[in-house]
Ligand binder design. Structure first.
Ligand SMILES: C[S@@+](CC[C@H](N)C(=O)[O-])C[C@H]1O[C@@H](n2cnc3c(N)ncnc32)[C@H](O)[C@@H]1O
Length: 226
């Protein structure tokens, strides 16, 4: 839901406006330009982090930037665990909700300047946020510039077998329909090549039940001491 001016088609509401209505009504749908619906688990984003989120949080052991933090459940969980964390999101309402649950969060587009960029030891792209902007290599190149040397990104991906897809989607809540904007999906068996295209090292995958996470590093992997 990269809302840069050039990605908003003429018809439809600003995606962030519809997204924020979705957060308050807990009813949010995303549909792609082939009419296929995509799961939007608003209720889960508004709940505290659950055990199934450990697959992400277990890899965030150092200061973490949560890109597209939403209402901040993962940021808040990291702070509770004693790991310093900051979330960024384009939605003012999401940032406000994140702050209400004790998370540090800023209203920022990931493609604009972000405090601490180039010095984040860990960075989180959860819940399909690898799709932001619809061009995963461009997003991963941006991730590379925000990580500290030796830093590692924790990126949630789809199960293997579905490759990489980029499409136009829009958000719907009751009678509110957003404009189309690009979004991507990346599978576990495709993220390695994209990471290397973006100048990141592929440090492996983790999987628990149906959730898959890729570990991508800036510079040599943490265990590789030359
Ligand atoms: C799929 S939701 C993820 C929700 C979140 N991870 C959570 O735990 O609640 C995508 C989030 O990314 C944010 N987002 C979309 N484009 C963005 C951008 N260019 N920069 C920063 N955040 C963005 C949206 O506002 C939304 O909160």
């Amino acid at each position: 839901m990269n809302i840069g001016a050039d990605t908003i088609s003429s018809a439809g509401l600003n995606p962030v406006t519809v997204y924020e209505r979705g957060l308050s009504s807990r009813r949010l749908r995303a549909v792609d330009n082939e009419g296929q619906a995509m799961g939007m688990c608003v209720a889960r984003w508004l709940e505290p982090a659950g055990l199934d989120d450990d697959i992400l949080l277990a890899h965030c052991t150092r200061s973490t930037l949560d890109v597209g933090c939403g209402p901040g459940r993962l940021c808040a969980a990291l702070i509770e665990k004693g790991v310093s964390a900051m979330g960024i999101d384009v939605s003012a309402e999401a940032v406000e909700l994140a702050r209400q649950r004790g998370a540090t969060a800023l209203r920022r587009d990931v493609f604009s300047w972000v405090p601490g960029q180039g010095r984040w030891p860990n960075l989180l792209l959860a819940d399909g946020n690898i799709g932001i902007g619809g061009d995963p290599v461009a997003l991963l190149r941006r991730v590379q510039t925000m990580l500290a040397p030796g830093g590692q990104a924790v990126v949630e991906v789809d199960p293997p077998g579905q490759g990489v897809s980029s499409r136009l989607i829009r958000l719907e809540v009751d009678d509110m329909v957003s404009s189309w904007f690009p979004w991507a999906r990346v599978a576990a068996d495709a993220i390695g090549d994209l990471a290397e295209h973006a100048g990141l090292s592929f440090n492996g995958l983790d999987q628990r039940a149906d959730r898959w996470v890729a570990l991508l590093g800036r510079g040599s992997p943490p265990w590789c001491t030359r």
